[in-house]
Design a protein around this ligand. Structure first.
Ligand SMILES: [Zn+2]
Length: 310
């Protein structure tokens, strides 16, 4: 079976101020890196309010829509900005992730990669932060549970920054195991191993600056993968940030594209064991364009290789 690739040109209309690392060129680097691959290409739909409301308040949606400027930018928290196209771009992220869940669960693709921007894993219920407006991967998890009737969904987040938004949105959700590796100390400051969720279903793996790929692999094998294995998920979602690459300007870890390929293989091993290989991965961070392109290509090549085997 094939691997699906979801994106949408609306994501180019989320234009950040010059110098902001979360820039249009990131998505161009990703799409160029995947241009030669034989993938099932789909446009991401606009996300539906009913799906967003599983994680965010109506007030949050209304706040973002009302804050969209007619031109230029408006600043929210820190380095998170809205441009005229930002609301629709963020909706494409939600629609892409939910559409990828639909396609993979229906057997239309073995697995899927969703490349949209802005990213999502820092957004909390009523807070847009860390370049993120909606908690895309948490919304996709709730969608798989509530709309498709799955019982258990696992999320692996290997972005160099902790997915505080995903953790916050799913803190009380016993049907989701959230497994995150991240540099610590680092933005946003959350992600200590002692943060375990209301049901012990959150597994945080903080890593020190300079952590190598070999150290990461050992830590995943010892701490995160056993938790997912024991949970026996019906679907695995990935918050695929590639800013743990050694070349990334925002992160301090020392992984390379082979490490992202290894992680992808091991996540697919778990998916093969528990859920017929069903994996949906969504782009989060990654701010060195060459490293982002190479890492994404390595990640999707493994998804494709594993999908072809099914
Ligand atoms: Zn990040």
């Amino acid at each position: 079976m094939t691997t699906a690739f979801f994106t949408h040109p609306d994501c180019d209309l989320h234009i950040e101020p010059p110098g902001n690392p979360e820039q249009v060129a990131r998505l161009h680097a990703v799409t160029a890196a995947l241009s030669g691959m034989d993938l099932l290409r789909r446009d991401a739909d606009l996300g539906r309010a009913e799906d967003i409301l599983r994680c965010h308040s109506a007030r949050h949606i209304d706040m973002l829509r009302a804050a969209i400027p007619s031109q230029g930018w408006v600043g929210l928290t820190g380095d998170t900005y809205l441009a005229p196209g930002s609301f629709d771009a963020a909706l494409r992220g939600v629609g892409g992730a939910c559409g990828a869940v639909d396609l993979v669960l229906s057997g239309g693709a073995a697995n899927a990669f969703v490349a949209t921007r802005p990213p999502g894993h820092h957004a909390e219920r009523e807070i847009a932060m860390g370049f993120c407006l909606f908690g895309t991967i948490a919304i996709a998890a709730k969608y798989a549970l509530d709309h498709h009737g799955l019982s258990r969904v696992a999320i692996v987040d290997f972005d160099v920054h902790h997915g505080n938004g995903t953790q916050s949105l799913l803190w009380d959700e016993p049907r989701v195991v959230f497994a995150s590796s991240h540099e610590m100390p680092q933005y946003p400051g959350t992600g200590a191993a002692s943060e375990k969720g209301a049901h012990g279903q959150i597994h945080n793996l903080p890593l020190s600056a300079g952590c190598t790929g070999a150290e990461m692999r050992a830590a995943y094998e010892a701490q995160l993968f056993p938790a997912i294995d024991a949970f026996a998920p019906d679907l695995i979602l990935i918050s695929a940030g590639f800013d743990a690459h050694h070349a990334d300007p925002l992160g301090g870890l020392r992984w390379d594209e082979d490490d992202f390929a290894w992680l992808t293989h091991r996540i697919c091993d778990l998916a093969d064991r528990h859920c017929a290989g069903r994996v949906v991965s969504a782009l989060e961070g990654g701010y060195d364009l060459d490293a982002l392109a190479a890492s994404t290509a390595a990640h999707v090549a493994v998804l494709k290789e594993r999908g072809n085997d099914r």
